[in-house]
Write a protein that binds this ligand. Structure first.
Ligand code: ADP
Ligand code: NI
Length: 214
């Protein structure tokens, strides 16, 4: 198992060479560590958790013209090359397929504990100080405006109002990041998310104060 994990680390590092900083090897490493931490409190298959955490962003559809099947092919090929059993491969691929926030509407209602753990870890890395940094990095990568002072977003905004300020990085907090703490699956995940959520609220308050919109 040590070898399998070490080989997976090498494989993922190589695959993610040159990736945007919010989705690079260090994102994977943080999610892997967080997954292991949360897994300590749950009755789960450790190897499935670790492999899924390591492979979960191997071919993000955002960077592959929306193609969601590449990640599954690439992961299967790698796991087969490592002689991983079909049973484990299927569990890992199921997690990679269903982890995304974007696809949550189509996700199965009953999900295995290993998916709950890695999903929590991935979502935790999207919030807090790291979340703020990743989000502005991604916005910069896309050349999006940081903020539209004409529209100060909030969680109760209508779709129409949203459209007016669509595409700002600050909007992403209201579209996604501030919703994540209530979507945690595990008790440990909830605890970590709560603290990071409070930090984001503090950040937004300070941001508006400095921008002078209040
Ligand atoms: P998922 O894979 O869970 O559906 P994404 O890969 O779209 O989520 O998002 C991962 C991270 O990328 C977000 O938490 C955020 O930091 C950044 N990100 C994604 N979309 C945007 C956006 N429109 N503006 C700023 N950051 C974004
Ligand atoms: Ni991720």
């Amino acid at each position: 198992m040590k070898n399998l994990i070490a080989n997976t680390v090498d494989f993922v590092k190589e695959k993610l060479e040159g990736a945007e900083a919010g989705h690079d090897w260090f994102h994977i490493e943080r999610v892997w560590k967080l997954s292991k931490k949360i897994a300590q409190y749950e009755d789960c298959n450790q190897i499935v958790v670790e492999l899924s955490a390591l492979l979960h962003d191997i071919a993000d559809p955002k960077f592959h013209n929306g193609d969601e099947t590449i990640a599954l092919h690439v992961s299967r090929e790698f796991l087969e090359s490592q002689n991983v059993s079909e049973e484990i491969i299927e569990k890992v691929l199921f997690i990679i397929k269903n982890i995304s926030f974007k696809n949550r509407a189509e996700a199965p209602k009953v999900i295995p504990i290993e998916l709950k753990i890695v999903q929590d870890a991935d979502r935790i890395d999207a919030i807090g100080a790291i979340g703020v940094a990743r989000t502005f990095n991604f916005g910069g990568f896309k050349n999006n405006p940081m903020f539209d002072p004409e529209v100060k977003p909030n969680l109760d905004m209508s779709k129409e109002e949203y459209k007016k300020s669509k595409g700002t990085t600050i909007n992403h907090f209201y579209e996604k990041l501030l919703l994540l703490k209530d979507m945690m699956n595990t008790e440990k995940g909830k605890k970590i998310a709560e603290e990071r959520h409070q930090f984001m609220l503090l950040f937004l308050d300070q941001f508006y104060k400095e921008w002078n919109v209040d």
